[in-house]
Design a binder for this molecule. Sequence first.
Ligand SMILES: Cc1cc2nc3c(=O)[nH]c(=O)nc-3n(C[C@H](O)[C@H](O)[C@H](O)COP(=O)(O)O)c2cc1C
Ligand code: SF4
Ligand code: SF4
Length: 296
Amino acid sequence: MNKIDNSVIEIDLDNCTKCNACVNDCVYHLFYTESEELQITKNFEEQCILCGHCVAVCPVDVIKLKIHKDTPIRKIFKTEEIPNYDSLYKLALKRRSVRQFTTELVSKQLIEKLLELARYSPTGNNTENVFYTVVQNKQIVTSISNYITMKVKRFVESMDDPKGREFLKTRLSTVEFDLALENLPKNKAILKVIDDGIDYWCWDGELIFIHGDITIGGISSNTALAAAHIMFAAETLGLGTCSLGYLTYYTNQSETIKKWINLPENHEVGYSLVIGYPKVKYKRIPSREQIRVQWL
Ligand SMILES: Cc1cc2nc3c(=O)[nH]c(=O)nc-3n(C[C@H](O)[C@H](O)[C@H](O)COP(=O)(O)O)c2cc1C
Ligand code: SF4
Ligand code: SF4
């Protein structure tokens, strides 16, 4: 067989129709033709980001990437098989942040379905630097919430104490200190809610931490996109979710929480979600700001 074969890609040149679709679509222009024969650039193996566009665009299926061998390459879906704008619009409008859950646990299979959808969310430069930690153990959830409460209580007490406040002023940047001062009444109100028995940080549900290797970068955008996929998928399966910005923040600050969730070395949490069966039913869709856009 006349073929291109290296550590990344294999192309069956005998059956290549020379349509040039891969040449035109590769983001790094790693294909070219010479004497009407398909060629790859010298630096192909270093530059290919394994995005699979060449595989996806080739009409005769002669390009194989040597990654993800366990995933068969599927044909693209027909237009009528995918949700239309109206159904997607309704899904987006129906989704609410859910903060009240029943005690029913979400099965591992269902959570796997959500992650399967998020697996196909885009990542910058196709780094696929997205990892998940699912916490189904409610004891761990409670420990995390109690730990954050303890930290916030201590912080509020220090901010309330003149000496403590002076000390924090020397420790925090001006921006951080001003923000802490501004947030003091809010934090006190949160502590009051917690005193009343509410799990303000995790809403007493199951948790999905979405994290990535800090040496690779793009964590916040990639994890947020994965989270968006999960949130929409959850909605279609009768599950509720809520983003947990506080949890993300406090987890990244705390070696204790990182240890409890077995966060891999060098990883940072980019996004956290709580998930569960909603105990609340929303009857209406709240209004939102008009689209703020400038057209140039
Ligand atoms: C990045 C981000 C962080 C958030 N963090 C929290 C959080 O820590 N706790 C919480 O209860 N809700 C959190 N939310 C939910 C927002 O409050 C909620 O999305 C917003 O009020 C709009 O409500 P909706 O999601 O029902 O449309 C967060 C949302 C986003 C996008
Ligand atoms: S996988 Fe992506 S980057 Fe690599 S050759 Fe194909 S299109 Fe180009
Ligand atoms: S897309 Fe497929 S058929 Fe077309 S030039 Fe590339 S390898 Fe050949």
